[in-house]
Design a protein around this ligand. Structure first.
Ligand SMILES: [Zn+2]
Length: 299
């Protein structure tokens, strides 16, 4: 699944190649990707055809394209969604679902298409009425740590009021968006904190360190993914080179910790896994008086 840095790479590609262009024609080739547009595919096409794209914006893993109508095309890539900018003459992709034919910006320009390609179709597109500034559908989603308007102090205060594990808090999209399982595990390894450490038990400096490390991990991934967005072909496939080369915790079960050599451990976390170094990131002790403790707690 694409994580925030990959989605940001897509946003930058859209900003470079789609903003300022008018949508001349829209073909919805499969109904499923526009299922969240309740008025249907024809309405989706009617609201977008003839409109000019004014920007390419992002909140967490959602992208939106503000249109000159005041509406916005809201997009989520899901597990396998791609936004490709292709010459109109390029052969259709096998899993092409929605095509936007874009008017040339100048007469000398090559006609381009914005193509939503999605094999598994967990992603999708919809028109958000009046959503150009911020689609109401995603207004509840917190800013992400790469957002220039992210409020560090408010984040630290919020985390320290929560009686949940820091990893769970990092994955809560209403507190901070865009931090997926991989980035959470990597940032916690770098910050030397176990994901079960309660927000209420963390010092402000600990929370700031985690936030710094989340940014470090995301910036590194952005750098890797960023190499491809100069090309016309704007791609996201959920696999950035970063994942192969720079991981210290995620997916490293049994391999020696890059800091201390202790084998990395894996434990179940909701329906996924958490990876951590048991020495660098000691499991927090369950206090006998704690109501949130495990089975060893008498309460
Ligand atoms: Zn270690």
């Amino acid at each position: 699944m694409p994580e925030l840095p990959e989605v940001e790479v897509v946003r930058r590609g859209l900003e470079a190649h789609v903003v300022g262009r008018r949508i001349d024609r829209v073909d919805v080739l499969h109904p499923r990707p526009v299922r969240r547009h309740l008025a249907g595919a024809l309405d989706f096409a009617a609201l977008t055809t003839g409109r000019t794209v004014l920007g390419a914006r992002r909140r967490g893993k959602y992208l939106w394209l503000p249109l000159d109508s005041g509406d916005a095309v809201l997009a989520h890539l899901g597990m396998s969604g791609q936004m490709l900018v292709q010459p109109a003459a390029a052969v259709d992709e096998r899993h092409l679902r929605v095509r936007f034919a874009l008017a040339p910006a100048t007469p000398a320009d090559e006609p381009l298409e914005l193509r939503f390609v999605d094999q598994r179709m967990f992603g999708g597109l919809s028109v958000s009425p009046g959503g150009a500034d911020l689609p109401p559908e995603i207004a509840h989603i917190a800013r992400d740590p790469m957002d220039p308007l992210f409020d560090d102090d408010a984040f630290v205060a919020r985390v320290r009021r929560r009686r949940s594990g820091i990893k769970r808090i990092l994955l809560d999209q209403t507190v901070v968006s865009g931090v997926g399982n991989i980035y959470a595990d990597e940032a916690l390894w770098r910050a030397r904190l176990h994901g079960d450490r309660l927000g209420t038990k963390l010092r402000a400096a600990d929370v700031r360190r985690v936030l710094d490390e989340v940014r470090t991990v995301m910036a590194a991934a952005l750098l890797e993914g960023g190499t491809s967005f100069d090309a016309l072909y704007v791609n996201v496939n959920g696999q950035s080179g970063y994942f192969d080369r720079s991981l210290h915790a995620y997916g490293q079960e049994g391999l020696p910790c890059d800091r201390c050599g202790t084998p990395i451990r894996r434990v179940a976390f909701t329906n996924r896994s958490s990876f951590f170094c048991p020495v660098c990131q000691p499991v927090p002790r369950v206090r006998r008086t704690s109501a949130t403790g495990s089975g060893t707690s008498p309460s």
